[in-house]
Write a protein that binds this ligand. Structure first.
Ligand code: ARG
Length: 588
């Protein structure tokens, strides 16, 4: 089915054509003077030059052609040649019913299904998740869901940081504490134990201790680097220990991401491309892409048009060790080989933009990616506290994500229990669901690249532009629909009717925008557009609801039209929530 504005533009274009003008002039947009009209067309002004005629004359001719239109219930023209339009109730009704019977409310299947890989999450093994990782997970998950809704083949990859110095630090610290462990015995050639020599909570203490120590004690740091080297280069005991660290940490990460309703298709990490690196390095050398510079191996990526200095991309350090760049480039190579993606989107802190510029240029120059595979960096801003500085705990430390989530759950629990009759258990479950919407909507409603302020009071409020307000709106609709069904109404065979009042018409017009909004959110990689739409939809619904007595309406035809409208509103709102990564409870 056509987008609603295209339906209007077609009608308008045909009128221009009948009046002797070009049909392209009939482009209809949403009115920027909603006090005067619902939609507008500026084609009469645009055509004046081409047709050597005053815009007002053109507009007048076009209006004449629209007499008796089934699409517009009102067409006016005003100086200097604007066409002001109101849409007909029948058209709206039919359009909504067509949307309702379409599985995706008029979002068409893509002409070509694209394979899109999304690199997001990016936690580092053995380091606790902190709020910096929240944005990547929340935004990436939504970007993934939007693209999937549009019908593409989308693969989300967590890209674990599991191969760096942090692993060597932990190994060095374990070695110091338990030097007799079999992992450090070079003569050992049996099976290593299944059981790890540490628990998760021990691991959580080991890393910060080791990290602090390495800053003060150069010998320890040296040792940690040596451990990293041994682990990366295949020492069996170190690899076995590494596996324990990864599996304990990944089990915990899985729990955390599950609580956030974030799901990855691939749990690959930097370590997965270790074996690919030597081949990639010789390929780069043999083809003359990489050269030595002060002992290191680099690829020049600067371009004549650069206005700022773009340093070369380092492939190997002078000691032959690989870097963050190396694993990212090797990952690109692997992804091309295994999945042939049309696009890779990286959802990472925007402070890494120069880094990704280097990596992308290097990947292009060395032809690791096909010419028509696009590489995109979706850099996000910082989550700040109310003081405008990066979010910290009350003590000024780095806030753990699990603590942040616990805080917001607790705040929500208080709000939900006050003034509501609900069992402790239901309240706890509901709080989790609502708190997640508060957290995610608070983030996603901002353009990703912008910094934003994490304001727990505002985010958990049931009023205003917040997750809980949107959930509350859906809960309200659900409860009306339930009551309608309890009173014997049949929810299955309903159809929207022609509008009865202005707020109803407004709600209907808002619904028509869903499919074009979704397409825009996909093309611009912009979950905030879904948020803005959902908020407008909720407001349109609530004004309609406050002005209309729905269940007590005696005219059955009117009532069933309204119920159909509510049910469509609910489905669309729930679809928006789903692509944003949260959902509404039954009651709240
Ligand atoms: N682990 C990295 C960090 O914490 C983020 C990884 C981003 N993704 C990537 N392909 N480099 O900064």
């Amino acid at each position: 089915m056509d987008k609603f504005l295209d339906v209007l533009s077609k009608e308008m274009g045909a009128a221009f054509e009948r009046a002797g003008y070009a049909k392209e002039l009939g482009k209809v947009t949403i009115s920027n003077r909603p006090d005067l009209c619902e939609y507008q067309c500026n084609g009469a002004m645009a055509g004046a030059k081409q047709f050597h005629k005053a815009p007002m004359m053109i507009a007048q001719d076009v209006v004449k052609e629209l007499e008796g239109s089934q699409v517009f219930e009102k067409v006016d023209f005003v100086a200097p040649g604007f066409l002001n339009l109101n849409v007909s109730g029948d058209l709206l009704k039919n359009y909504l019913n067509e949307m309702a019977s379409d599985e995706k409310f008029g979002v068409p299947a893509p002409e070509k299904v694209r394979t899109i890989m999304i690199d997001y999450g990016g936690p580092n093994v053995a380091k606790p998740l902190h709020v910096g990782h929240l944005r990547s997970a929340v935004i990436g998950e939504s970007v993934k869901r939007i693209a999937r809704y549009m019908g593409h083949n989308v693969i989300g990859d967590i890209h674990l940081g599991d191969w760096g110095l942090q692993m060597g630090l932990i190994i060095a610290e374990v070695k110091l504490r338990q030097p007799d462990l079999v992992y450090f015995d070079e003569t050992f050639n049996g099976e290593y134990p299944q059981e790890a020599p540490f628990t998760l909570s021990e691991l959580e203490e080991i890393y910060p201790t080791a990290s602090a120590k390495s800053k003060e004690d150069p010998a320890f740091k040296e040792e940690a680097m040596a451990c990293t080297f041994k682990m990366q280069n295949g020492d069996p005991g170190y690899r076995a220990l590494w596996k324990h660290i990864v599996s304990i940490s990944v089990a915990d990460l899985k729990k955390n991401y599950q609580n956030l309703n974030v799901e990855f298709d691939l749990w690959k990490g930097e370590s997965d491309v270790h074996d690919v690196i030597p081949g990639m390095v010789s390929y780069m050398k043999e083809n003359g892409y990489a050269h030595e510079s002060e002992g290191a191996l680099v690829v020049d990526v600067k371009e004549a048009t650069d206005t700022k200095e773009i340093p070369p991309c380092m492939i190997l350090k002078s000691d032959g060790a690989s870097l963050y760049n190396t694993t990212d480039l090797a990952t690109i190579m692997e992804r091309m080989k295994e999945y042939h993606p049309d696009e890779m989107i990286y959802v990472v802190d925007k402070r890494q933009d120069l880094y990704f510029e280097q990596v992308f240029r290097c990947a292009r120059k060395t032809k690791l990616v096909d010419e028509n595979t696009s590489l995109k960096f979706l850099g996000f801003g910082t989550m700040n506290g109310k003081d405008g500085k990066p979010f910290k705990t009350r003590q000024g430390g780095v806030m753990r994500l699990s603590n942040l989530i616990a805080d917001i759950n607790e705040e929500m629990m208080k709000k939900i229990l006050s003034g509501r009759e609900m069992s402790e258990e239901e309240a706890a479950n509901t709080s989790k669901v609502v708190a997640l919407s508060a957290l995610k909507y608070g983030d996603l409603s901002n353009q990703a690249s912008k910094d934003y302020i994490f304001d727990i009071d505002r985010f958990t409020s049931f009023e205003g532009d917040t997750g809980p307000y949107l959930l509350y709106t859906v809960v309200r609709i659900k409860s009306i629909l339930n009551r309608f069904a309890q009173e014997g109404g049949n929810l299955s065979s309903l159809a929207c009717a022609t509008y009865q009042n202005a707020s109803e018409k407004n709600l209907m017009m808002q619904i028509t925008l869903f499919n074009s909004m979704m397409e825009g959110a996909y093309e611009e990689i912009a979950p905030h557009r879904v948020c803005a739409y959902l908020y407008d939809l909720a407001n349109a619904f609530n004004s309609f609801y406050h002005e209309t007595k729905i269940l007590s309406e005696e005219d059955e035809a009117k009532k069933s039209g309204w119920i159909a409208l509510l049910s469509l509103t609910k489905e669309i709102a729930e679809t928006c929530m789903d692509v944003l990564g949260f959902s509404a409870p039954e009651r709240m």
